[in-house]
Design a protein around this ligand. Structure first.
Ligand SMILES: N[C@@H](CCC(=O)N[C@@H](CS)C(=O)NCC(=O)O)C(=O)O
Length: 129
């Protein structure tokens, strides 16, 4: 096995190797162990979550995503009204946090993602593409 440092666009931090191993990095940098002859493919959709750091709903929603063992891009927008406006435009006018997007599709807030999970509809959305 040899280690490689590779650059990928933000939000595409998690890749699965052909053998089933997963490499993760921060700031778009990956250190992947590559088995010779193995292929790489994107392992999950892009998941984005707008948060405030001390918001209990945000903490709960992130805990659910962590439980699902998916990586996500977090925009911590505490006090940033311009970022909140941008979030709101994407989120059909909703201004509460968290707001969650999967592949640019609006999922909603914490209650919404929890309801989606209870209905058995979250796992398919988080599946590899
Ligand atoms: N039902 C929402 C509740 C979210 C919520 O109330 N978040 C608070 C922060 S902890 C918030 O954004 N408050 C400001 C506002 O509603 O404008 C969810 O499950 O996401």
């Amino acid at each position: 096995m040899e280690a490689l440092g590779l650059e990928y666009p933000l939000g595409m931090e998690r890749y699965e190797l052909g053998e089933g191993s997963v490499g993760e990095g921060t700031n778009g940098t990956l250190d992947l162990g590559i088995y010779s002859g193995a292929f790489m493919s994107a392992a999950q959709p892009l998941i984005e979550i707008y948060t405030w750091r001390s918001c209990p709903f945000c903490i709960r929603a992130k805990a659910l995503l962590d439980h699902k063992k998916v990586t996500y891009t977090e925009y911590a927008i505490d006090g940033d009204e311009a970022a909140r406006d941008k979030m709101s435009k994407r989120a059909m006018g909703r201004r509460s946090v968290p707001q969650i997007f999967i592949n640019d599709q609006h999922v909603g807030g914490c209650d919404d993602i929890q309801a989606l999970d209870r209905a058995g509809k979250l796992d398919p959305l988080l599946k590899a593409v």
